[in-house]
Design a protein around this ligand. Structure first.
Ligand SMILES: Cc1ncc(COP(=O)(O)O)c(C=O)c1O
Length: 405
């Protein structure tokens, strides 16, 4: 089967039938048969030298694109000095980054780990220690918090649980955006509500007006914690450093990962003083968490996110959304977005999977999410010209698909 054919059939592509019989990788991903070997700015290049416009950013990770000169130089400097010491010792880089994240969030303490799932595990442990006899956490149906057993149990999606029972106890599931459902889920064992300010994996689902504020009021009234999982929405993706800033609502814990180090593995759980003060040495830890290389990248990433860039993210997102809407395409049901976190939901006439696969064949990288939603997560450095290029390809691909090629 040609790579092009495999990409077209990705929806039903069975990785066990991959041409390479000597593929020893665990078959937990249905990978597109494309290998990128080089990146520059908003572009990736495969091993045949073909150019691809990256409208995925490694799923909201490489916000500054590939090979960004200032980030590269910061990591290069660190690479030449020191790669790893244990968290048994002081780390100036971690302290600097923690102070920047505390200032941006208005919170007080930062724990560094290596991924989003781990950041959420830390949030769950912080909640349990703080809550004492109260240990339950309310999460939202359709949300996504990760694949480790705790974060997977927080994720209210059967397809994520299937095959991995029993779940970690202590989670209660309520409807996203529905205060009545959240209030009905509350009981004396509940210590927190944990939620994505915008549901990413579920198809870019925006909260109803005032939902986050009402949640904050509810948590204050019940003296429980509000945890925002900003692993996908954080670090500027929505046009604010944290998505919660759009609603002027401050959580007790916020988790980050993905975009924080532009592709080096780093996660963070940031919490208020009242939560952080319950932790003592030995309660939690990570061998690699806050690794000097990842920290050097993240310190530069955070410095690069200024008001001008955030405005560009908002403007670029708005331009993409308005241009897609103005295509007047009758197979598009809805376009949902905040900044450069964009979901294009198709109706039954067109499958988002086939649009994503055909875009890849045409040199544009995207992915899908939720129910028939094409997910666009372009890098923050995206230019007007690259947006126009994307729109041309997008319109072309839609007409190819509708012609039933
Ligand atoms: C909102 C959210 N939380 C948690 C995670 C898990 O992050 P990781 O894959 O780094 O463990 C993701 C990943 O997609 C996410 O989008």
């Amino acid at each position: 089967m040609t790579p092009q054919k495999k990409v077209q059939e990705h929806g039903s592509f069975n990785p066990h039938n991959a041409d390479d019989e000597h593929d020893y990788l665990l078959k937990n991903y249905a990978r597109f048969p494309v290998e990128f070997i080089r990146g520059e700015g908003a572009y990736l290049y495969d091993n045949d030298g073909k150019e691809y416009l990256d409208f995925l950013s490694g799923i909201a990770v490489t916000g500054f694109g590939h090979n960004h000169p200032e980030i590269k130089s910061a990591v290069d400097n660190q690479l030449n000095q020191l790669w790893h010491v244990s968290n048994l010792f002081e780390s100036g880089g971690q302290k600097t980054l923690a102070s920047k994240l505390a200032e941006r969030s208005g919170l007080d303490y930062v724990f560094f780990c290596n991924s989003g799932s781990e950041a959420n595990e830390a949030a769950i442990k912080l909640t349990r220690k703080w809550g004492k006899e109260r240990s339950h956490i309310i999460t939202a149906i359709g949300g996504f918090h990760g694949r480790t057993m705790g974060s997977l149990s927080a994720t209210a999606q059967f397809k994520v649980w299937n095959g991995f029972f029993p779940l970690t106890p202590g989670f209660i599931y309520a409807q996203y955006g529905d205060m009545d459902s959240i209030e009905n889920s509350y009981g004396k064992d509940v210590a927190a509500v944990m939620i994505e300010p915008i549901q990413g994996e579920n198809g870019i689902i925006l909260p109803p007006d005032n939902f986050l504020k009402n949640l904050r009021d509810f948590c204050d009234e019940k003296n429980i914690l509000l945890i925002f999982d900003e692993i996908q929405t954080g670090i500027g993706r929505t046009g604010k450093f944290f998505a919660f800033e759009h609603d002027n609502v401050k959580p007790d814990i916020v988790t980050l990962a993905k975009g924080i180090a532009n592709g080096l593995p780093l996660g963070a759980a940031i919490c208020s003083k009242k939560v952080g003060d319950v932790i003592k040495p030995g309660d939690h830890g990570s061998t690699f968490g806050g690794n000097p290389l990842a920290i050097s990248s993240a310190n530069k990433v955070v410095d690069l996110i200024d008001e001008k860039l955030l405005q560009h993210i908002s403007d670029a997102g708005e331009k993409i959304v308005q241009s897609i809407i103005s295509l007047n395409e009758n197979s598009i049901k809805e376009v949902r977005a905040k900044g450069l976190m964009i979901g294009v939901e198709f109706n039954e006439k067109v499958s988002a999977k086939s649009v994503s696969a055909e875009l890849l064949n045409n040199g544009v990288i995207t992915c899908t999410a939720g129910e028939n939603v094409l997910r666009l997560l372009p890098p923050y450095i995206i230019t007007e010209l690259e947006i126009i290029k994307f729109l041309h390809k997008f319109a072309e691909v839609l007409s190819i698909i509708k012609l039933g090629r």
